[in-house]
Design a protein around this ligand. Structure first.
Ligand code: HEM
Ligand code: HEM
Length: 176
């Protein structure tokens, strides 16, 4: 299996990013689900502890993944249609915007942010910065759930293409 992509298959790096991030995103939605459904319970406390650090890690990973995708655009398996291409771009945008808005809100709140003890923002005294906080307050949760719906749609489409007699089975491009 080559490191880079080719027009038949995604290579090792793309696969590691795809499946590694899929597992981390699953965990991220367990913490979001626990926050939504099981507030103030030991289960929520357990899962929620990782929400901000893991969200930050996912933000870094999606930037690396987008750069890797751009470097490999010309040699990756071509999109099977415009809907697939649009869906993949939507996944990238949501994967960047959802944690991006939360991080902007975190900075604007003036509170320090030290995921896993790594100092990212030291925080500041005084009023929070309204324009940095408001978009996250309005949109982080909603867009987060929209991301989950888009991922579920992505999985359904992969299954549908695999089962359909007239469509290309795309699973072997990413998983063998
Ligand atoms: C890909 C990364 C992320 C995903 C998919 C995600 C998803 C979500 C979802 C779906 C909720 C709603 C939970 C509910 O309805 O109770 C939520 C809430 C929250 N998230 Fe995230 N999140 C991510 C990254 C982050 C990051 C990086 C931070 C902070 C640095 C953060 C901070 C919060 C906070 C404080 C809440 C509760 C307040 C609110 O509803 O906005 N999240 N997240
Ligand atoms: C958190 C979950 C997931 C996300 C965010 C995600 C995202 C993506 C993205 C953005 C692509 C385009 C290629 C790339 O740039 O990496 C892709 C391709 C693909 N994904 Fe996923 N994926 C997820 C889960 C899954 C699962 C569970 C399956 C298996 C059913 C799957 C199967 C595939 C396949 C087969 C492709 C290649 C499609 C093609 O070349 O047309 N993905 N995925």
């Amino acid at each position: 299996m080559p490191t880079g992509d080719n027009t038949d298959h995604y290579g090792q790096v793309s696969r590691a990013l795809h499946w590694g991030m899929a597992l981390l995103i699953l965990w991220q939605f367990l913490s979001a689900g626990a926050h939504f459904l099981l507030g103030d319970t030991a289960i929520e406390e357990f899962f929620w502890a990782s929400h901000k650090p893991l969200g930050f890690l996912l933000f870094i990973l999606v930037v690396i993944r987008a750069l890797w995708a751009m470097m490999n655009t010309a040699r990756r398996p071509p999109s099977i249609n415009l809907a697939a291409k649009t869906g993949h771009i939507a996944l990238y945008l949501l994967l960047a915007v959802v944690p991006g808005l939360a991080l902007l809100r975190q900075y604007g709140s003036g509170k320090s942010f030290e995921p896993l003890g790594i100092p990212i923002f030291s925080g500041f005294e005084g009023e929070e910065i309204g324009w940095m906080v408001a978009p996250g307050d309005w949109l982080h949760s909603w867009l987060g759930w929209l991301l989950l719906a888009t991922i579920l749609g992505h999985i359904v489409m992969v299954y549908w293409h695999r089962k359909s007699a007239v469509h290309t089975d795309v699973l072997p491009r990413m998983w063998r």
